[in-house]
Design a binder for this molecule. Structure first.
Ligand code: AKG
Length: 261
């Protein structure tokens, strides 16, 4: 079964969850014109990197975000890999991705495992401690967040468990655009999987963001790429292609894990 994905690359208002939610809703509605199966959003789309105010503006238990995503998914019959939001928990604030299916059912959540010190995440956020595998339309997928892509071993944990699509949501800064592209293409080639990567555009007080959301096939070919401004890109993923590439060059069977410790 093929999967049509829409990567919704947007600008994010600094520390303004209400404005961001209205904007996200508007952009998700616009994307429906092309009848995607899955909508993908960028990282921390509710608050942006307004880290010092997270205690006031993060979503309490993710309740508002979950209600909003669930009703949108159900109303429009579309799955959502909902980027991530700042979520207030008893242990502190996490950077958390939610996934909802076409009937509006909660599928999974994942809190960013690798916190990015260069942007002070370790000072304001609690890291997650779980991996992230989920199924959409009979396809096994994984979803990770931004800095996570610099850890090939973390992506491998998911693809060696069978994930055929890796969703990446990000607020990746422009000065490292070359890394963004090289890392995503490498993750696709080495894991022989689709990589669907949704970045943000625009600026905040500290950074200019790269945009260039990408959809990459299991051979490492770019199927769709956004520019630097707000833009939604689409592509249709065919899991059969993943199986064909894995058969042609059987990387997963040829691993010598006994030597990798
Ligand atoms: O690894 C990088 O260069 C960017 C990572 C990042 O911006 C993040 O994880 O938020």
């Amino acid at each position: 079964m093929s999967l049509k994905v829409a990567c919704i690359q947007i600008d994010i208002a600094f520390g303004n969850p209400k404005k961001n939610r209205t904007h996200v809703e508007e952009k998700m509605k616009e994307a429906l014109v092309n009848q995607p199966d899955v909508l993908v959003l960028p990282e921390l789309w509710n608050t942006g990197y307004d880290l010092t105010r997270l205690d006031d503006i993060a979503d309490e238990n993710g309740d508002e975000t979950k209600a909003f995503l669930s009703s949108f998914a159900k109303l429009h019959g579309v799955s959502i890999v909902a980027g991530s939001v700042a979520k207030k928990t008893e242990k502190g604030v996490t950077n958390t991705m939610y996934v909802f299916d076409k009937s509006g059912e909660y599928v999974s959540e994942y809190s960013k495992l690798h916190l990015f010190k260069l942007m002070d995440e370790h000072l304001y956020l609690q890291s997650g401690d779980q991996k992230h595998l989920f199924t959409l339309d009979n396809t096994l997928c994984s979803g990770v967040i931004c800095y996570d892509i610099r850890f090939p071993e973390w992506i491998r944990v998911h693809t060696s468990a069978g994930a055929e699509v890796v969703f990446v949501v990000a607020q990746w800064p422009l000065p490292r655009l070359a890394h963004w592209k090289a890392l995503l293409i490498s993750r696709a080639i080495e894991n022989q999987c689709y990589v669907v990567a949704c970045n943000r555009s625009g600026t905040d007080p500290a950074n200019t963001f790269a945009g260039h959301s990408l959809i990459i096939d299991p051979w490492g070919e770019i199927l769709a790429e956004a520019g630097t401004e707000e833009e939604t890109i689409f592509s249709t993923l065919d899991p059969v292609k993943v199986r064909d590439v894995r058969k042609q060059i059987p990387v997963f069977l040829d691993r010598r894990t006994e030597f990798y410790q």
